[in-house]
Design a binder for this molecule. Structure first.
Ligand code: CA
Ligand code: CA
Ligand code: CA
Length: 353
C-alpha cells in the first residue's frame, strides 16, 4: 500500500515503486503455493512515455509481508536512491480454516505467534514470512501483528547496475513493527537522513543514521508564487554524473518526508551546477555554480543562490532538549535512537524547520 517516485537508475527519468501485499492467490497463506512474483512492483521509466516492470531485474523478491509506505531515499549519501518499506498486518480476517475456531483458541494462536516473534530474531522471522512458515496472525493487535521492516541498498554506484540488496539487519534494524507509514528527514542536521516509523499498536521508532555516509547537498527552493515550490525539479551535476529530485508532498503511505531535495554526493566535494525547473515552466534554469559539498543551498525563483553549512543552523531547541543520545555502530549502522528508554515518544515535540 503506497507508492514512491524517484529516479533509481539516474537516467534522468522518474521511476515508480508500488508496495503490495502477499494476499491469497499471490502466493499468500491461503493457497500455500508460493508464487515467484512479488506483489510489490518497480516500474522503470523508459524515457519514452512508457514503463517496464523491473521488479525482478532490480533484485526484489517476494517477502510474504504486507508492505506499506515505500520511500526512495539515498540514506548512505553515495549518489543513488535506496528504498525503504515498512510492514504490518491489516486486521483482515483469519484464514478461513482458522476463523472457524472458537475465539479463545484464536486468541491463544495469536498469543503464541506473539511469543514466537519476541524470541525469534528478525532475520529468521523475515525468512519465515518469505516461505510462509509463519502465518501472520490476522485480526491480532500489537506485537502479534508485527512484521520486519525493509531497507534496500541500491548498488548502482558500487557496481554500475541498479539492483537492490536487503541490508535491514546489516544496518542494525531488528525491530518488528506493525506500521503503515514512515518518513525520512535529517532531524539533527548532521547531513545523514534519519528514519521515523509509525506504530500501529507497536512503538513508534526513530532510527538515527549513524553513518558513515558520503557528502551531500540539500536544496531549499523558494518560489515566487508557490513559496514551497511543490512540483519543482532540481538537477545537479558532479563530474560527469547527474541526479534529479522533485519537490513533493506525501511519501509512501500518508507520510511526509523532508521536502527539501537531498542529494548524496559520495566523495565529491563540490557540485558544479544546480539547475531548477520551476512549477508551471518547461525549461531548466541554471541556478548555482560551484557549490561546496555538505551545504544547504537556498535558491529563489528570482535568481538568487546562497548556501550555508548546516552546522550553523542547529536543530530547534524543543527538539534538541528531547533528542536522545544515539548509540554508535560501525559501517553505515542505523540504530534506534536510545535514551533512558529504547522506545522514544515524540508526542508534543517540535520538529526543526
Ligand atoms: Ca530512471
Ligand atoms: Ca544510496
Ligand atoms: Ca541525521
Amino acid at each position: 500500500m503506497g507508492v514512491t517516485w524517484g529516479d533509481y537508475n539516474n537516467d534522468g527519468c522518474i521511476d515508480l515503486f508500488v508496495a503490495g501485499w502477499n494476499l491469497p492467490g499471490q502466493g499468500g497463506f491461503a493457497d500455500r503455493e508460493f508464487s515467484p512474483d512479488s506483489p510489490s512492483r518497480l516500474y522503470r521509466n523508459n524515457c519514452d512515455g512508457t514503463f517496464s516492470d523491473a521488479t525482478k531485474e532490480a533484485g526484489f523478491a517476494p517477502t510474504g509481508l504486507f508492505e506499506w509506505s515505500p520511500v526512495f531515499v539515498d540514506f548512505d549519501n553515495d549518489g543513488d536512491l535506496d528504498l525503504s518499506l515498512v510492514a504490518g498486518n491489516t486486521g483482515d480476517p483469519l484464514p478461513a480454516n482458522l476463523s472457524r475456531l472458537p475465539t479463545p483458541v484464536r486468541r491463544l494462536i495469536s498469543f503464541a505467534v506473539a511469543i514466537l516473534r519476541r524470541i525469534v530474531p528478525a532475520r529468521v522471522t523475515a525468512w519465515a514470512y518469505r516461505y510462509e512458515i509463519m502465518i501472520p496472525a490476522s485480526g491480532a493487535t500489537g506485537l502479534a501483528a508485527a512484521m520486519p521492516v525493509l531497507l534496500y541498498q541500491n548498488q548502482l554506484v558500487e557496481t554500475g547496475k541498479a539492483t537492490f540488496v536487503n541490508v535491514t539487519t546489516k544496518m542494525g534494524i531488528t525491530h518488528l513493527v506493525s506500521a503503515r507509514g514512515s518518513a525520512w528527514a535529517d532531524v539533527d542536521n548532521d547531513g545523514a537522513l534519519d528514519w521515523f516509523i509509525t506504530g500501529r499498536r507497536t512503538p513508534k521508532r526513530l532510527y538515527h543514521n549513524n553513518g558513515p555516509v558520503g557528502n551531500y547537498l540539500r536544496v531549499h527552493l523558494v518560489g515566487n508564487g508557490l513559496r514551497d515550490a511543490v512540483g519543482a525539479w532540481v538537477k545537479i551535476q558532479t563530474g560527469d554524473r547527474f541526479q534529479v529530485r522533485h519537490v513533493h508532498v506525501l511519501d509512501g503511505h500518508l507520510a511526509q518526508s523532508q521536502m527539501d531535495p537531498h542529494f548524496g554526493l559520495g566523495k565529491a566535494d563540490q557540485v558544479e551546477e544546480v539547475r531548477v525547473r520551476w512549477p508551471g515552466t518547461t525549461s531548466w534554469v541554471l541556478a548555482c555554480r560551484g557549490v561546496p559539498a555538505n551545504r544547504t543551498a537556498t535558491i529563489t525563483q528570482d535568481g538568487h543562490c546562497t548556501w550555508h553549512a548546516d552546522s550553523s543552523h542547529p536543530p530547534a531547541a524543543a527538539f534538541q532538549a528531547q533528542r536522545p543520545k544515539a548509540t554508535t555502530v560501525p559501517l553505515n549502522g542505523i540504530t534506534p535512537a536510545t535514551g533512558a528508554r529504547s522506545e522514544v515518544d515524540y508526542r508534543g515535540t517540535s520538529l526543526p524547520h
